[in-house]
Every structure is written in structure tokens, then in C-alpha cells.
Design a protein around this ligand. Structure first.
Ligand SMILES: Cc1cc2nc3c(=O)[nH]c(=O)nc-3n(C[C@H](O)[C@H](O)[C@H](O)COP(=O)(O)OP(=O)(O)OC[C@H]3O[C@@H](n4cnc5c(N)ncnc54)[C@H](O)[C@@H]3O)c2cc1C
Ligand code: SF4
Length: 502
């Protein structure tokens, strides 16, 4: 509960954020931490409200309110306030196997449901979480967890994103022998090759993978399950398989000229930039000055990002670091309200305008918000060499479909405009799990092509095959992936042992 009067005595204070003009000179994390002493006062602001929606993770109006992992937020805040960092880490670890990731990239569903946040700044639970886990690493509390007894059961996890890592930790802790198969060259999934380094330094992932390996978890890289090895072969070798392959099927923009050179899917772009950074020993200044990728250079180019969401914002921030001449972001939907609408009350997730780091950087450099709302691309225009030189954009309006009764965004005739564009990055969302992965395990999918399980369960239509994370729930959040991995581990353990304590 923190200090009963703490919220009256102490204002919210966040760690320093490096200013846009400085942070865009490199790819380093730019959210600094408070000192541990200062952080204790932030723990003190937790007010013993008695209704901790922050840890409920309840679904309200179709969206989660509070932490999906059910982190014991008031308890850990109290331990932070009292400076009992080791106990705080133990408490956090009871619900959360990977806090170093969420404390950097989570949109903090807990804080949006915090009672203190009803009429003033919420408790800084996310930064408290970061202080706890970083204290734990600094003080040798995050140790390999080698089980005293092995069960003799073998489990294959396909995919090393946050859901796969979370499940691997839990199942290994229980004594099962866990092997993680990853088609990429390094572990982490979208933590590694989606979320850019300035939001999550990739050495934070390496630090965790080392501990996982020392705990007995095996990682097999560069193996594409469904292509290099079949589901049948894996099911012969393993007692259970958990599919954690994500929802990496990008939604395309089907407009004339789509084959122009200079158009790329957002995650392919972000992956190439991050891989170049890691392969170059994290020398971000060398990356910025070299600035050569398979699609050419970003320096001096006019970039349009299609999609106004978080992935689009990560592309904006990356292009700002790579010296783009201009960066714009096209969004189909209207601009959200600045404050909560009456039909979106606390503690529901607030559907309000959020200006993220990349957008802030554009505003700082070019003086205006990069987002262009209620707009889409009608045509990609090529030069005589097939290179993108411009795009035709068109305004949209909301119109009711008489047949379905649904509201659709439709083009407004006569609003077309041609604008100069050298690079287009498509960040228009994802379409679900990949077909070859579903086929190799013969698992059913739902109408959104997510792998089908009963609601609240993780077993697929196939015996001994389970699914978790984005592959099961569709493109979501790191905190949900970790929560799903943990719960799926419990279900797998139960199916093997007849009971579970996970
Ligand atoms: C650009 C971007 C930025 C994001 N930023 C945030 C953020 O700031 N905060 C947040 O909470 N969420 C964010 N998200 C969402 C978040 O990253 C995902 O919800 C989360 O990573 C899903 O975890 P996962 O383990 O289910 O799948 P993934 O992270 O997608 O991992 C799946 C893994 O499976 C591997 N794989 C796939 N198929 C095979 C196969 N056949 N054989 C072997 N391996 C395979 C892939 O290579 C990958 O490593 C972001 C997403 C994107 C795209
Ligand atoms: S994981 Fe996210 S929602 Fe849960 S307590 Fe941490 S920051 Fe909050």
C-alpha cells in the first residue's frame, strides 16, 4: 500500500527522458532511471485505495484494465517505499518471469487503472518495476534456476518471443526438459527484431537468455519449423509442443504500383536496422553514418509510414535517427480525443490521443505532428526505373454499410493529392498466424487466422499441441504474451503431471 498519505505528500516524478535533438543522434535507450532513494518516494504514493484495479487485468469494454499478469502492484509498491528491494523482487517474480521487458515497453495498463490517477498523476508502477528488476540484476539476485529434479518430460517451444520465453522459464523451473526452436538468428521475437533498440536495448535480452541457458533451457536457432523440420518429427521427439510463433503476417496495401522499389513492410525494415546495429557491435553512430540497407539509404529521403499505431511510430523514430528529410505517418481513422470521452470512463483503457517518442521527435525537428488522419494511399507512383517517387493519397470519411450495418472508412471523391515519397513503410497491422506453421501441426484456426483454442485455454485442436501469445490471440502486447506463456505452461504441466503448481 505504500504510505497512507504519500500521494498527498509526494508528486509523481519520472526518470529523465533525453531530449529529442540529443537522442536522435543514436539508438540508445533514452528513458533514464531515478535513484533508488527517489524511487522509494514514488512507491510511497500508492495510497491503499482498497480497489486495486491496477492488478485486476479485467476486461472492460473489450479492453484490459490493469495488469494482465496480475502483478501484486500495491504490495510491490509498498516494498519499494520501504526500500526492501530484494523482497520486492521476490514478490514481483511470483507473477512475472520477465519484468525487465515490460518495465521498458509496456503501455502500463496498471497505471491507466490506478485510483490515484482518477484526479491526479497515477503511481509510477512501471518505473518502480524497472527499479526492482534492475536492482535485482545489479545485486546478483537474478540467478540461474536449475531444477533439483527433472521429470523426464520433453517440451518443444516454437518461437522465442516473450510468450515462448515466459513458458520456457516456467516449464524448466518445474523440471521439464525445454528446447526452444527459433527460425531467426537470435532469441527474443519482436522484442529483438520489432521493438527498436532505443526502447529496449538488445543486451537486456542477451542478459536474460544467458541466465535461461544456465538454467538448462536449450535454444536452437535458424530452424524454421514447418520448413526445416516438420510438426510430426517434433511430436515424435517431444511429449508436448507449444506454438509461440507470433502473428507476423503483415497486412498489405493493395494499390497500383505496389511493386515499386522503396516500399517495405515495417517489421522487415526495423529488423534490418536492428540486426545491422547488433552485428556492428551496437555502434549506433557508425550505423547512422553508414546508413546503407537493402532498400538503400534513409538519409535525405522523404518517408511515408502507413499506419498510425505503435509499429508506425517505431518506424518514425528509426527514420529520424537515420536522417530522413521528412517523415509523415498516414492513419485511416480520425484523430482521437485529447481527453476521455464520456462513454470511456476510468478505469477503462483511455482511448485518447497519445503522442509517442517518434512523433515527438518529428515535432521537435520539423515543427509539426507527422500524423495525417482519415487518409489512405490510393496509388504508388514509380519513376522510369521502377523506383518510388510519389504517392497518391486520398481523404476518407466514415460511412454506414447498408448490408452489414457496419461503419466503414470510404474515400471522398475529389480529395486525391500527389505527394513526394522516396520510401514507404507499411505498418498497417497483422493478419494472424502463418499458414505453414498451422499446417505442419494440423491445428485449426479461427476466422482471424489465429490458432484456435477454447476460451481461456491453450490446447489446440491437436492432441499434445498448445499455442500461446500473438499466434493464439492475434497481435497484442508483450505483457499479454508473457501472461499467455505462463498460463499455457501451467496447462501443459497439468496435462503431463495430472496437477500443477505453476
Ligand atoms: C514494431 C513493433 C513494436 C511493438 N512494440 C511494442 C511495445 O512497445 N510494447 C508492447 O507491449 N508490445 C509491442 N509490440 C507487440 C509485441 O511485440 C508482441 O505482442 C509480442 O512480441 C508477441 O510475442 P509472441 O511471443 O507471441 O510473438 P513474437 O514476439 O512475434 O515471437 C515469435 C517468434 O517466433 C519465431 N517463429 C515464427 N515462426 C517460426 C517457425 N516456424 N519456426 C521457428 N520459429 C518461428 C519468430 O521468429 C519470433 O522470434 C510491438 C510489435 C511490433 C511489430
Ligand atoms: S507488466 Fe505492464 S501492466 Fe503489469 S504492472 Fe508492469 S507495467 Fe503495469
Amino acid at each position: 500500500m505504500g504510505k497512507a498519505t504519500g500521494f498527498l505528500e509526494y508528486e509523481r516524478k519520472d526518470g529523465e527522458v533525453v531530449k529529442p535533438s540529443v537522442r536522435t543522434q543514436n539508438f540508445l535507450e533514452f528513458h533514464k532511471s531515478l535513484s533508488y532513494k527517489e524511487q522509494q518516494l514514488q512507491g510511497a504514493r500508492c495510497m491503499a485505495c482498497g480497489i486495486p484495479f491496477c492488478q485486476a487485468g479485467a476486461m472492460l469494454a473489450g479492453m484490459a484494465s490493469g495488469c494482465p499478469l496480475h502483478n501484486l502492484v500495491p504490495e510491490t509498491n509498498d516494498l519499494v517505499y520501504k526500500g526492501k528491494w530484494e523482497q520486492a523482487y521476490k514478490r514481483l517474480s511470483t507473477t512475472h518471469p520477465l519484468p525487465e521487458f515490460t518495465s521498458r515497453v509496456c503501455p502500463a495498463l496498471c497505471e491507466n487503472a490506478c485510483t490515484c490517477g482518477l484526479n491526479e498523476a497515477p503511481v509510477s508502477t512501471k518505473e518502480n518495476e524497472k527499479a526492482i528488476v534492475e536492482y535485482a540484476y545489479e545485486n546478483g539476485l537474478v540467478k540461474p534456476d536449475v531444477p533439483a529434479v527433472r521429470t523426464g518430460k520433453k517440451i518443444a517451444i516454437i518461437g522465442s518471443g516473450p510468450s515462448g520465453l515466459s513458458a520456457a522459464i516456467m516449464l524448466n523451473k518445474r523440471g521439464h526438459e525445454v528446447t526452444v526452436y527459433e527460425r531467426s538468428d537470435r532469441a527474443g521475437g519482436l522484442l529483438r527484431y520489432g521493438i527498436p533498440n532505443m526502447k529496449l536495448d538488445k543486451r537486456v535480452i542477451d542478459r536474460r537468455i544467458k541466465i535461461m541457458e544456465e538454467s538448462g533451457i536449450k535454444f536452437v536457432y535458424n530452424v524454421n519449423v514447418g520448413k526445416d523440420i516438420t510438426g510430426e518429427e517434433l511430436l515424435k521427439e517431444y511429449d508436448r509442443v507449444l506454438i509461440c510463433t507470433g502473428a507476423s503476417n503483415p497486412r498489405d496495401i493493395k494499390a497500383p504500383g505496389r511493386d515499386a522499389k522503396g516500399i517495405m513492410f515495417a517489421v522487415d525494415f526495423l529488423k534490418e536496422v536492428t540486426k545491422t546495429l547488433i552485428d556492428g557491435g551496437y555502434d549506433s553512430e557508425a550505423l547512422i553514418s553508414r546508413n546503407t540497407f537493402s532498400f538503400g539509404t534513409v538519409k535525405g529521403k522523404h518517408v511515408y509510414v502507413i499506419g498510425g499505431g505503435d509499429t508506425g511510430n517505431d518506424c518514425v523514430g528509426t527514420c529520424m535517427r537515420l536522417g530522413a528529410a521528412s517523415v509523415k505517418q498516414i492513419e485511416m481513422m480520425p484523430k482521437p480525443p485529447v481527453e476521455r470521452a464520456l462513454n470511456n470512463p476510468w478505469p477503462e483503457w483511455p482511448k485518447i490521443l497519445k503522442t509517442d517518442y517518434g512523433q515527438e521527435e518529428v515535432i521537435d525537428k520539423f515543427g509539426e505532428d507527422p500524423r495525417i488522419y482519415t487518409t489512405t494511399v490510393k496509388e504508388f507512383i514509380k519513376d522510369k526505373n521502377g523506383k518510388l517517387k510519389a504517392i497518391k493519397i486520398v481523404k476518407l470519411k466514415s460511412e454506414k454499410d447498408e448490408k452489414t450495418g457496419r461503419m466503414n472508412m470510404v474515400p471522398i471523391e475529389g480529395t486525391e493529392e500527389e505527394v513526394k515519397a522516396d520510401i514507404v513503410l507499411i505498418a498497417a497491422g497483422f493478419l494472424g498466424s502463418e499458414e505453414y506453421v498451422r499446417n505442419t501441426f494440423k491445428v485449426e484456426c479461427n476466422e482471424r487466422t489465429n490458432i484456435k483454442t477454447a476460451e481461456g485455454f491453450y490446447k489446440t485442436s491437436e492432441d499434445r499441441v498448445f499455442a500461446a501469445g500473438d499466434a493464439r490471440r492475434g497481435q497484442s502486447l508483450v505483457v499479454w504474451a508473457i501472461a499467455e506463456g505462463r498460463r499455457a505452461a501451467g496447462e501443459i504441466d497439468y496435462s503431463l503431471m495430472g496437477y500443477t503448481n505453476l
